[in-house]
Design a protein. Structure first.
Length: 386
């Protein structure tokens, strides 16, 4: 497909690398040789260009993909709105009055706008899945450690995964196969065993999801993950601590940071060792709960978001932003693969969708379930390129 020259601030640099295969854009916290990895921040814009491609970029090129740009992002990947004071804020193509989500805002917008076949983002606490639903597309966070993070910033994370955005479930699988040489696309021989996870959501959104699922999954089981809320809080603690370790030096240097990032990074530096230890205890407990549920079922279903993405006016209140990853972030903590599927024609007219969570290492099976659901359930069927 031809890259659209749209002024939606999704792309920070247009590129022309690789063969003439699927067109791809890459989030600007992933190294591309000869390009500066800015992480959406003026504080890093003066760094030297990368000496080598990140492993996932090398994999894309080996797969015959055509890399056509680097994408904008929430500064230092430490925010959920997608706002960026340095490079401009990407515009949500279908809902321009609402946030595009973050931190992988540019990748989500570029895919939703048809500027590439798929795009790469990173997901430390929902940063692929949340903007995917905000923009009405698919997104996956692989099993932790399944896809190499070599060449990504920050270099260390116990939560972060390189993930894929696409406009259809089959393209999501093709994107995964391009960045993970061990990924083999699968087709389900029989219907999967699925269970819904009990969760609190806005009633209007909850009704939307119930209608979508009951059309094709009237007999799905209903389970509880007792530590789900605690896992969200623990994930917040871990990401704050690890971001402070990675970028706290910028505060010491009085580097040019956005006001929101400066405030959050300052608070992150105050996370105590006791809080970290408690979060790790919750990680172990919650992981056991998820593994036990997946011993019985092929995948677990949650709403993708508990509320509709806020408008930019609503997003001025932090209380409107914090809940957006309440059902996403826990699975960064546990390390299970998770993907989101948008409702094709939401009854409310607002972004909505579901999350599927699978067994660790079974990313192919999870993608196959998404393809089965997209082909079987009317609510998820879209007229898009494959």
């Amino acid at each position: 497909m031809t890259v659209a020259k749209q002024d939606n601030r999704a792309v920070t640099r247009h590129l022309d690398l690789g063969a003439d295969g699927l067109t791809v854009m890459v989030k600007d916290c992933i190294d591309i040789k000869g390009e500066i990895t800015t992480c959406g921040s003026a504080a890093l814009a003066g760094n030297a260009p990368a000496n080598d491609h990140a492993d996932v970029v090398a994999a894309l090129l080996d797969a015959g993909c055509h890399i056509v740009g680097k994408t904008n992002m929430h500064e230092l990947a430490f925010g959920m709105t997608g706002a960026n004071v340095t490079f401009g804020t990407p515009v949500n193509p279908r809902w321009p009055d609402r946030i595009p989500g973050g931190s992988s805002s540019g990748s989500a917008v570029a895919v939703a706008a048809g500027q590439c076949d798929f795009a790469l983002g990173t997901d430390t606490g929902g940063s692929v899945r949340q903007p995917a639903i905000c923009c009405g597309i698919y997104g996956i966070k692989p099993s932790f450690g399944r896809v190499s993070r070599a060449g990504c910033t920050p270099a260390y994370s116990s939560l972060d995964c390189v993930g894929v955005f696409a406009r259809s479930a089959p393209m999501l699988s093709r994107g995964m196969a391009a960045i993970d040489p061990s990924f083999t696309t699968k087709t389900l021989p029989t219907a999967p065993r699925l269970a819904r996870i009990k969760s609190k959501v806005d009633p209007a959104l909850g009704d939307e999801l119930i209608y979508a699922l009951m059309e094709g999954l009237p007999n799905a089981a209903y389970l509880t993950l007792p530590s789900l809320d605690a896992a969200f809080d623990a994930g917040m603690t871990i990401i704050a601590h690890e971001t402070a370790v990675a970028f706290g030096y910028l505060l010491d240097q009085d580097a040019p940071l956005g006001a929101d990032i400066k405030q959050r990074l300052t608070a992150a530096c105050e996370v105590s060792q006791q809080a970290i230890a408690q979060a790790e205890d919750i990680r172990a407990r919650f992981t056991t709960e998820v593994d036990a549920a997946l011993d019985q079922y092929d995948a677990l279903i949650t709403p993708a978001l508990p509320v509709a993405p806020p408008t930019w006016d609503q997003a001025k209140d932090p209380a409107a932003i914090l809940p957006l990853t309440r059902l996403l972030r826990p699975f960064n903590l546990s390390g299970h693969p998770a993907l989101v599927m948008p409702i094709a024609q939401p009854r409310t007219g607002l972004p909505a969708g579901i999350q599927l969570v699978g067994r660790k290492g079974a990313d192919e099976h999870l993608c196959a379930i998404a393809e089965w659901m997209a082909a079987t359930l009317p609510a998820f069927q879209q007229e898009e390129d494959q």
